[in-house]
Design a protein around this ligand. Structure first.
Ligand code: SAM
Ligand code: SF4
Length: 328
């Protein structure tokens, strides 16, 4: 699949559920309303969609959400997609998780062929963690992270930079990740969905964060890429990497290789634009995939050049849907 700007689309992110057992303040409002179950694709339908994309050249799939591990029976989908990796049809199957269910699932994930996992952790302070996630317990997530480490999964910790919340903790996070052999990826908060809070107050440019880190750590830029938008530096003192995802201060769209599907089968060609194509109707219209394949081709031909995120008090969120709809 090649888009109008000559970019190869080889990476699919699949939000398997919009539901979550946490309510992170930058991601969701506390009183979120979720999609009716009837609108949501079955796990078999999600597998059929993924297989269609693999047939068209996707080499990497990331399952996300909402929280992917709260979807009932999710291991059946993960196991089936794992077979595609085993068969050489897919280079990689990965997952982004908040870690709450990992103590239970880590071994199964490793057995299914998952090698790397991204786990979100914004703070190592238990009180702050409870505040940021509204409903979360830090010890449960740390247990999950250690279970994933024990299972042999390579771990990347995702941390959203939040002014007034974790801005004194980045050195500690670099040290902690280094000690445990994890990479760390810092993310700028993006204006997605109404959260009943002022994003200007949360937003922290990563250029400032990096300057702060450089006072204590020796950062060497690297060419290392994971297929995502992060730019990595090697931390000389720990031997681990720290990545920066900077949608606000540096537009990374020129090398975008991704599209995203929601749990209702809506295909978003860009995280930061509203244009989307429904794949559920063509999927359900026939057991043959001809309509589905056509709809995918038409969507890729419409992939936009890039996003135009701006955090502005006057205009509200740049896109109305929450991050949990299209997944991170
Ligand atoms: N529940 C899983 C988790 O938290 O890892 C997967 C879904 S979550 C939407 C994926 C990633 O998006 C997380 O790392 C989260 O911190 C990040 N995220 C959510 N809302 C965001 C926002 N408005 N701006 C930047 N990152 C956001
Ligand atoms: Fe849930 Fe992940 Fe959003 Fe937090 S960031 S509310 S864990 S989907």
């Amino acid at each position: 699949m090649i888009d109008p700007y000559g970019r190869f689309v080889s990476y699919l992110r699949v939000s398997v559920t919009d539901r979550c057992d946490l309510r992170c303040v930058y991601c969701m409002a506390e009183d979120m309303s979720f999609l009716p179950k009837a609108d949501i694709l079955s796990l078999e339908e999600l597998e059929r969609l993924c297989t269609a994309f693999v047939r068209k050249g996707v080499r990497r799939i990331r399952l996300t959400g909402g929280e992917p591990l709260v979807r009932r029976n999710i291991m059946s989908l993960i196991n089936r997609l794992g077979h595609l990796v085993e068969a050489g049809q897919l280079d990689e199957l990965t997952l982004t998780s908040n870690g709450t269910q990992l103590a239970k699932y880590a071994d199964g994930l490793a057995k299914a062929g998952i090698r790397r996992i991204n786990i979100s952790l914004d703070t190592l302070d238990a009180d702050k963690f409870a505040t940021v996630t509204r409903w979360g317990r830090l010890d449960q997530v740390l247990d999950g992270i250690m279970a994933a480490k024990q299972a042999g999964l390579a771990i990347k910790i995702n941390t959203v930079a939040l002014k007034g919340v974790n801005d004194t903790e980045y050195d500690r996070l670099v040290e902690w990740c280094g000690r445990h052999g994890f990479d760390l990826c810092l993310i700028e908060t993006m204006p997605m969905g109404e959260i009943h809070a002022d994003r200007m107050e949360q937003y922290l440019p990563l250029s400032d964060v990096r300057a702060g880190l450089s006072r204590h750590w020796t950062l060497h830029d690297t060419d290392y890429r994971t297929g995502g938008p992060a730019r990595y530096a090697q931390v000389a003192e720990t031997g681990r990497r720290v990545g920066f995802i900077t949608p606000m201060t540096h537009n990374f769209c020129e090398s975008c290789n991704r599209v995203r599907i929601t749990c209702t089968g809506t295909l978003f060609m860009c995280l930061g634009q509203d244009d989307a194509v429904d794949l559920r109707a063509p999927l359900r219209s026939s057991e043959a995939d001809i309509n589905l394949d056509q709809a995918i081709d038409q969507a890729i031909a419409r992939k936009p050049k890039g996003h135009d995120f701006i955090i502005d008090r006057r205009t509200g969120p740049a896109v109305s849907r929450h991050m949990s709809v299209t997944g991170g």
